[in-house]
Write a protein that binds this ligand. Structure first.
Ligand SMILES: Cc1cc2nc3c(=O)[nH]c(=O)nc-3n(C[C@H](O)[C@H](O)[C@H](O)COP(=O)(O)OP(=O)(O)OC[C@H]3O[C@@H](n4cnc5c(N)ncnc54)[C@H](O)[C@@H]3O)c2cc1C
Length: 106
């Protein structure tokens, strides 16, 4: 595919970050987007990822972002026809008997 002569937004790198930015820009109506990848889409670190979408992160914002991501993966197939094959795994307390509820903050 030839390079466009003009784009409002140019994203360099077709890993999960670049692809996600392109996807979300087009979702809010910014469609004049060019995604430049030097080799092949997702050929970088993204190709090596195990595909885990951990839900508990270091900060509240990151945790909310992770939750958004998991929800998005579930809705992507309906939206695009492309299966993500995401499987939800929940760890319940009986399988982790040493877990205790956190005490309420003082
Ligand atoms: C072994 C392993 C397992 C992992 N498992 C998980 C996991 O289970 N869950 C999780 O959330 N994260 C995981 N990660 C981390 C996750 O893979 C990365 O955080 C994520 O893929 C980074 O995405 P990225 O788009 O920033 O970078 P990349 O995927 O590396 O994408 C960068 C892209 O930019 C392109 N590029 C670079 N320079 C140029 C240029 N000048 N012009 C054009 N294109 C260029 C590259 O070719 C590449 O395709 C794992 C990482 C590794 C190494």
């Amino acid at each position: 595919m030839g390079l466009p002569s003009h784009a409002n937004v140019v994203i360099i790198g077709g890993g999960v970050a670049g692809c996600s930015i392109a996807y979300h820009l087009t979702r809010i109506g910014i469609t004049d987007v060019a995604l430049l990848e030097r080799r092949q889409l997702t050929c970088g670190t993204t190709w090596h990822a195990a595909g885990l979408v951990g839900q508990l992160r270091a900060t509240r914002n990151l945790t909310e972002l992770a939750k958004y991501t998991a929800d998005l993966y579930h809705s992507l197939e309906a939206e695009t026809g492309q299966a993500t094959d995401l499987v939800s795994v929940k760890i319940s307390r009986p399988s982790m008997p040493h877990w205790r509820p956190m005490p309420e903050p003082l």
